[in-house]
Design a protein around this ligand. Structure first.
Ligand code: NAP
Length: 246
């Protein structure tokens, strides 16, 4: 129970890595605010882990208004802001550069990079205002930020941006007792990967020394470590969890 007494918010918590993270954090003793733009999906996550451990919240991370409402709701419900913030909401809109529409670029930017910025800024401010110590913000980037797959210029650029944002936030928030780290997952078996063409999946698996997709729980356990005091000297890190895929 490394997270006993802690309160966490997880975005993108209605699916994939976010949902698995809610389960692992709740098993670790934390109360969890299960945040997703799809309220029904968030409620399904709450149902799976139990209402004693979690509440569902509709949050669009791309909207300042929605994120600041989430801060207010968290404080109203728990009398304090969460000390653990997991930014897992993310989308892909793949396509080659010459064919990529402005909308597909903007949509990916708004959720993946601006969403991470808004959540980080608004929840860090709440932690500072409420004198929450031992804060931990964990941003889900991607190995694609490093391997730069053709067809993913929008996605890769936002995920590289998430690493820079993480490093700077770690430097700015250290004095407030808030650590900020990023995780770079490889190919993880979630609905996001279901839409990847078979040929690309096979190529990725061949490049992965472990020879299989990762399980969402394998990311969630690293998140749990970063959320807990066991990682108290880890700050500004970008940790690859890829089975060795480069
Ligand atoms: P997923 O199963 O598609 O889950 C993402 C969740 O985020 C969905 O419930 C989605 O709702 C929600 N979401 C989308 N836009 C949102 C918004 N504006 N506000 C709040 N929630 C929003 O994806 P995943 O595989 O778990 O991915 C989680 C994170 O890991 C993402 O940041 C992704 O980029 C990253 N990642 C994943 C992999 C992988 O292989 N799966 C690899 C590297 C990095 P809807 O379904 O309604 O859109």
């Amino acid at each position: 129970m490394v997270l006993l007494g802690k309160l966490a918010i997880v975005t993108g918590a209605g699916s994939g890595i976010g949902r698995a993270t809610c389960r692992v954090l709740a098993n670790g003793g934390a109360k969890v605010i299960v945040a997703d733009c799809n309220l029904h999906a968030a409620e399904q996550t709450v149902k799976a882990i139990g209402r004693d451990h979690a509440i569902a919240l509709e949050v669009d991370v791309a909207s300042l208004e929605s994120v600041s409402k989430a801060v207010t709701s968290s404080i109203e419900h728990f009398a304090q802001p969460p000390s653990i913030v997991i930014n897992s909401a993310g989308i892909t809109r793949d396509g080659y550069l010459l064919k990529m529409t402005e909308k597909d670029f903007d949509d990916v930017y708004k959720v993946n990079l601006k969403g991470t910025f808004l959540m980080t800024q608004q929840f860090a401010r709440a932690m500072i205002d409420h004198h929450v110590r031992n804060g931990s913000i964990i941003n889900i980037s991607s190995i694609v930020a490093r391997i730069s797959n053709p067809g993913q210029a929008n996605y890769a650029a936002t995920k590289a941006g998430v690493i820079s944002l993480t490093e700077i936030a770690a430097k700015e928030f250290g004095k407030f007792g808030i650590r900020v780290n990023a995780i770079l997952p490889g190919f993880i078996n979630t609905p996001m990967v279901d839409v990847v063409p078979e040929k690309i999946k096979e190529d990725m698996l061949q490049r992965c020394p472990v020879g299989r997709l990762g399980r969402p729980e394998e990311i969630a356990h690293v998140i749990e470590f970063l959320a807990s005091e066991k990682s108290s000297y880890v700050n500004g890190a970008a940790i690859e969890v890829t089975g060795g895929l480069k």
